[in-house]
Design a protein around this ligand. Structure first.
Ligand SMILES: Nc1ncnc2c1ncn2[C@@H]1O[C@H](COP(=O)(O)OP(=O)(O)OP(=O)(O)O)[C@@H](O)[C@H]1O
Ligand SMILES: [Mg+2]
Length: 262
């Protein structure tokens, strides 16, 4: 079954240094349809990671709530797979045992967990590297492992925080195609944060643009490109126009703090 994710009135201020609180998010409401691929873009520091962490139940907002299929979400749950901004692999675990981790947390029998992890490792093209350690892999390979780990327990929701941000352009393009291929198999509900406009338009059904601190939703752009997407589409007029529209919305704030206009 595909899942829907909804958030209403999310606001959050970090108060680690009480004298200097950081307002990260203000009044964000959004709704992601079952099987939809949503991209969230915005300048560095605008609160994208904070938003994703709240959507994943990893951070409790000061205000607002999140619902997963109509049920309040207040803690991480197995329906959600997360890929963090950095691969976040455990250096002392091999590729295989890193990918097995979510299944071990669920107390799945070792043999079954190993078989499922192995299948995912093959799916992301890392067959033969099961016994390698993260330090022995390239950045792109590490992100593939993170993707396999996020998918191994078959989550209905996938939250991706700039999963390919650290990769070179060519590897990134390949990973985007890989991600679309994996998504077309299971049609998870996806929220992907990126600050790459081309990537957002190429992958998503809809692009949300956030304004800088505190992050608010500034615009929503429906991506009218057909599926399956192909790299050649990036040269099309429609693609160019959509990318320009997203860029205009991002630039409209000039990366500056904008007081509440609502
Ligand atoms: N754990 C934290 N403690 C204090 N402040 C934080 C914390 N995490 C984030 N912030 C602040 O909240 C704001 C939003 O941060 P966040 O990481 O959500 O932005 P982002 O859009 O993901 O940025 P980037 O594109 O650089 O990853 C920033 O000003 C940041 O300094
Ligand atoms: Mg971030």
């Amino acid at each position: 079954m595909q899942s829907a994710l909804r958030a209403e009135g999310l606001s959050h201020t970090y108060r680690d240094t009480p004298a200097n609180p950081t307002p990260a998010l203000a009044g964000i409401s959004l709704s992601v349809a079952p099987g939809e691929f949503l991209a969230v873009v915005g300048p560095s520091g605008c609160g994208k990671t904070s938003l994703l962490r709240i959507l994943g139940g990893l951070l409790t907002p000061d205000e607002g709530r999140v619902w997963l299929d109509g049920k309040p979400l207040t803690a991480p749950c197995r329906e959600i797979g997360f890929v963090f901004q950095r691969a976040n692999l455990m250096p002392w675990r091999t590729v295989l045992t890193n990918v097995m981790l979510p299944l071990q947390v669920q107390k799945m029998a070792y043999g079954e967990a190993e078989a499922r992890a192995q299948a995912l490792i093959s799916l992301v093209g890392l067959e033969g590297f099961e016994r390698s350690y993260p330090r022995q892999l390239s950045g792109g390979m590490q992100q593939r492992v993170a993707l396999a780990r996020a998918l191994v327990h078959d989550p209905e929701i996938l939250l991706l925080d700039e999963p390919f941000g650290a990769l070179d352009a060519l590897t990134r393009e390949r990973m985007n195609l890989e991600l679309l291929r994996l998504w077309s198999l299971h049609r998870q509900t996806v929220v992907m944060v990126t600050h790459n406009i081309q990537e957002a338009v190429f992958l998503a059904d809809r692009v949300l643009v956030m304004s800088p601190r505190p992050g608010r939703l500034r615009a929503e752009i429906a991506v009218t490109l057909p599926r399956p997407r192909a790299v050649e589409m990036m040269a099309s007029e429609v693609f160019g126009a959509l990318a320009q529209q997203v860029r205009r919305e991002i630039d409209a704030n000039g990366g500056q703090y904008v007081p509440d206009r609502s």
